[in-house]
Design a protein around this ligand. Structure first.
Ligand code: DC
Length: 223
């Protein structure tokens, strides 16, 4: 049986990049749970559903298919929205819908179902504390707001996504950090048994190696 690896932390701490690399190294599948909240937000914005109308958002979700492919594609009701969900407006909207209890219940159930077979690296905010409480390896990844804003800015440019300047991104990151850590339902927090890694001054390879070394004892037990 393969293990599961949970990676939590604030936005733009490098979770997805690291999870993707680690997935390739281990032959594990990376599941970016933030993409599911982003899909929910995108559909709300497109259909004019208020981001705080819990019932309307949940009813909409019941009729919504979100597919995350092992290659990193994100499909909302069959449409490839991999880029559309990364717009700054959708980041803020995703933070809002992610505060709704029933929305979380719906998406968490989907995530738990996906990871049942093991072999997943799941990144998000509540993976170690709620979604995969039994994950063999739990990481809490952080980085300074400045380092995170610069990374997000560069990433937007590389991907050709319309982007705000670094200062605006840093401001949005601070606001989202505050909202994500202060919300009532499953706020972002480090699981008691998670290992904290501050990636501000680490290279991608160094972070991947660190997590790999934490996972190694469990991987050696895999059949
Ligand atoms: O990781 P991200 O920036 O793509 O996440 C988008 C939003 O979704 C973020 O503001 C917090 C929320 N989120 C969450 O509440 N729980 C998760 N497991 C993943 C993301």
């Amino acid at each position: 049986m393969k293990i599961n690896i949970a990676i939590d932390g604030p936005s733009a701490a490098g979770k997805s990049t690291i999870a993707k690399r680690l997935g390739a190294k281990l032959g594990y599948v990376h599941l970016d749970t933030g993409a599911m909240y982003r899909c929910t937000a995108l559909k709300c914005v497109r259909s004019g559903i208020a981001l705080d109308d819990e019932k309307a958002v949940c009813d909409m979700l019941k009729e919504t298919e979100i597919v995350l492919t092992p290659e990193g594609g994100v499909f909302l009701d069959g449409e490839d929205v991999s880029l559309a969900i990364r717009a700054d407006e959708i980041s803020m909207a995703a933070s809002k819908v992610s505060a709704l209890k029933q929305v979380r219940a719906d998406l968490v159930a989907r995530q738990q179902e996906m990871a049942r077979a093991g072999g997943f690296i799941m990144d998000g905010r509540d993976i170690g504390t709620v979604v995969l409480k039994d994950a063999e390896v739990k990481i809490f990844m952080t980085a300074s707001p400045e380092a995170r804003a610069m990374r997000r800015y560069k990433q937007n440019i590389e991907k050709g996504i319309e982007t705000s300047d670094v200062e605006t991104i840093a401001e949005e990151i601070r606001k989202r950090d505050y909202d994500d850590t202060h919300r009532e339902n499953s706020p972002l927090r480090k699981a008691d048994d998670a290992t904290e890694i501050d990636t501000s001054d680490m290279t991608i390879d160094e972070v991947v190696d660190r997590i790999y070394s934490l996972a190694l004892p469990f991987l050696q037990k895999e059949e």
